[in-house]
Design a protein around this ligand. Structure first.
Ligand code: CTP
Length: 407
């Protein structure tokens, strides 16, 4: 028995790879530790291991068909993933990873994977060339961004006679990864719903031109990643950036400030919001439906600006369903404390992270940040650090505040 796995319900999806034989041992190891294992064996998986072996080892019926009347009568395919605490895909072939990344659902395994709101852990197993193929790597990046976790593959001799990465992790390594996943239940932000805004916004002038700013999205993306690592159910609402998607957060991509506000409101109710986006203060009121053309002799087009909604203020000042903790940024070059206090009062948020953007600090677009946290009446000077370190520190500070009420 293992304290971590005892009583846990695991839905194991066995896809069609030679490594499927190792999944039989995995079932045994998980059950020894007190976990209940229910299995979906794909059609291709059943070419490698028999339903009878899987059923004998799991001590349960094996599910295989999406359109099986008996299966649906006993346990609907949606219920199958709802009933589990964790979905494990082992072996995760190149094919099933591609289908997961694309959100396909044409068999029971992929339907359960698409219908679930539970964590998913995949143990890839495939030929080294398939693993290295850009399509597989693209799918992996997508799945990581979707929050899927991975164990392996390992380097080694492969059944096909080649050598390299692609061997499925050993059953005990997969068990360790599953235990680590459940240990995450103790993460300090487990059960907390968080939202981070990040990046610039683009405000259209016409269908091809826009007004923007130089925000890279680095700090906001790092905060979303840090909150997700501490277990928060994190939504990242991002304007256009070149930053890679942080693992574990759900990304909602937007262009304009108005889209950003709508996406934030759609994510309510929330426990904590961090507004790190450099939202454009103004949009073009007379946005042209067609591309503006140069016309000889005619006056130059003139842009009329309208004020954008203030997302931070709007979320902070909600009468109903205000998040418990709303945090904003203030870019300042002087009188940091004074300006931060005034901004907090004006917007109604709880904390302000004032960042020093004086010339020479390299904050905007750079990798490091110097911030000062205004929480309550105190102003904490944080040492200059990488944006990831600032994000980690903020995430821990948020956890302490939400769990212990220190604000
Ligand atoms: N913010 C927002 N929506 C806006 C404008 C700003 O959510 N339309 C948020 C930003 O994400 C940030 C904070 O408000 O958290 C910054 O406020 P802002 O008034 O833009 O301050 P600065 O950029 O510091 O500029 P200024 O000094 O001109 O006030």
């Amino acid at each position: 028995m293992s304290a971590t796995l005892s009583g846990k319900r695991i839905l194991l999806i066995i896809a069609g790879g030679i490594a499927a034989y190792k999944s039989l041992d995995l079932i045994r190891r998980l059950r020894e530790r007190g976990a209940a294992v229910r299995c979906i064996l794909t059609k291709a998986g059943a070419e490698f291991v028999t339903p009878l072996s899987v059923s004998a080892l799991s001590g349960d019926k094996v599910y295989g068909e999406l359109f099986s009347l008996t299966d649906e009568a006993e346990m609907g395919h949606i219920q199958l993933s709802r009933d589990a605490d964790l979905l494990v895909v082992a072996p995760a072939t190149a094919d099933i990873l591609a289908r997961m990344a694309a959100g396909l659902a044409h068999d029971l395994a992929t339907t359960a994977l698409l219908a679930t709101d539970k964590p998913v852990l995949a143990a890839p197993a495939m030929n080294v060339r398939m693993w290295n193929h850009p399509a597989t790597q693209r799918n992996l990046a997508q799945l990581k961004a979707d929050g899927v976790r991975f164990v392996g593959p390992n380097d080694g001799d492969m059944a096909c006679g080649e050598y390299g990465p692609g061997r499925m992790a050993e059953p005990l390594e997969i068990v360790a990864a599953i235990e680590a996943q459940f240990d995450g239940a103790d993460l300090p932000l487990k059960g907390i719903k968080a939202l981070v805004t990040s990046g610039p916004t683009h405000e259209a002038i016409d269908p091809v031109r826009y007004i923007a700013n130089r925000s890279s999205g680095k700090q906001g993306h790092a905060i979303a990643g840090a909150l997700a690592r501490l277990g928060a159910d994190t939504v990242l609402v991002s304007g256009p950036t070149h930053e890679p998607d942080p693992a574990g957060a759900r990304i909602v991509r937007v262009e304009s400030a108005r889209d950003m506000l709508a996406a934030c409101e759609a994510a309510l109710p929330l426990d904590v919001v961090v507004c790190a986006a450099a939202v454009a203060d103004w949009r073009v009121a007379n946005e042209a439906a067609q591309k503006l053309k140069k016309q000889d002799g005619k006056p130059l087009p003139s842009l009329t600006l309208a004020e954008n909604p203030d997302i931070l203020a709007s979320l902070s000042q909600r009468k109903k369903g205000r998040p418990r903790l709303v945090i904003g940024f203030a870019a300042e070059t002087e009188k940091l404390l004074e300006n931060a206090k005034a901004k907090r009062a004006r917007k109604g948020c709880d904390w302000i992270l004032a960042n020093d953007v004086s010339p020479g600090t390299g904050t905007f677009g750079g990798t490091r940040n110097t911030v000062h946290l205004l929480a309550g009446d105190s102003f904490e000077d944080w040492p200059t650090a990488s944006k990831e370190e600032v994000a980690d520190r903020l995430a821990h500070r948020i956890a302490a505040a939400l769990n212990g009420g220190v604000q």
